[in-house]
Design a protein around this ligand. Structure first.
Ligand code: PGA
Length: 252
């Protein structure tokens, strides 16, 4: 069975002092002897160095929330994948819906990021998901299939092991409204079938996380659903207590 993964997306939250307290609590809980679940932290860029130094040598891995698809150059305000590697990031989140919706990232840009991240030896949490309007029209599978196809157009079988897909319905992010287990299973199964056909890979080797209002109260139901290999957690990852409960539940 594939190992479950719980990733914390801190988004644009926390200053250094609180971030260090949070990271230290998580190191106490999961830093050394804990290996039931892969624990990943995605702080904002400003905290990558501080959090990276704290978790260095522990079981917890560092993840960036975004990157620019160039190695260096005149791209004011952007961060390159080589800079993330330099800060000991193992992972990067690509295509989060807040970047697609608020910043206007296209599938093409997401695809370029995927290609360069892999070249620079970063593992990827690739986010996909439909809006409320798309779900109401019943076109979620088409939308997600399209997002996955374009994002992975330059990916080969060998690279797939460095990619985790996170299904995050836009209407469930930060709203307190999570998708039902049936809705989650349907999309996760579709994604696994798509990838196993495209890459001739065994389903068991493809990790699909769920994201969208995951909290201690609903993690048991979500994590025990078929084809759910973990979670990407936003709001509930900002407190050591709630995030630790989620990780522990996923490891049971
Ligand atoms: P949420 O965010 O848990 O606050 O809904 C999840 C995410 O956007 O990754």
């Amino acid at each position: 069975m594939i190992k479950k993964m719980i990733a914390a997306n801190w988004k644009m939250n926390l200053l250094k002092s609180d971030a260090k307290l949070l990271a230290n609590s998580l190191i106490e809980n999961f830093g050394s002897d804990y290996s039931a679940v892969d624990v990943v932290l995605a702080p904002p860029f400003t905290l990558l160095d501080a959090v990276g130094n704290l978790i260095k040598g522990s079981n917890i891995k560092l993840c960036a929330q975004n990157m620019y698809p160039e190695e260096s150059g005149a791209f004011t305000g952007e961060i390159s994948p080589l800079m993330l590697k330099d800060l000991n990031c193992t992972w990067v989140i690509i295509g989060h819906s807040e970047r697609r919706q608020i910043i206007g990232e296209t599938d093409e840009l997401v695809s370029k990021k995927v290609k360069l991240a892999l070249k620079c030896d970063l593992k990827i949490i690739l986010c996909v998901g439909e809006t409320l309007e798309q779900r109401e029209k019943g076109v979620q599978n088409q939308i997600i299939e399209n997002q996955v196809e374009i994002a992975l157009k330059d990916v080969n079988n060998d690279m797939l092991k460095n990619i985790v897909i996170a299904y995050e319905p836009v209407w469930a992010i930060g709203t307190g409204k999570n998708a039902t287990p049936n809705e989650i299973v349907e999309v996760h199964t579709m994604i696994k079938e798509l990838l196993s056909m495209k890459f001739r890979e065994n389903d068991d080797n493809i990790r699909v996380l769920y994201g969208g209002s995951v909290k201690p109260e609903n993690i048991d139901e979500i994590i025990s659903s078929n084809n759910v290999d973990g979670a990407l957690v936003g709001g509930a990852s900002l407190k050591a207590d709630s995030f630790s409960k989620i990780v522990k539940a996923a490891g049971e």
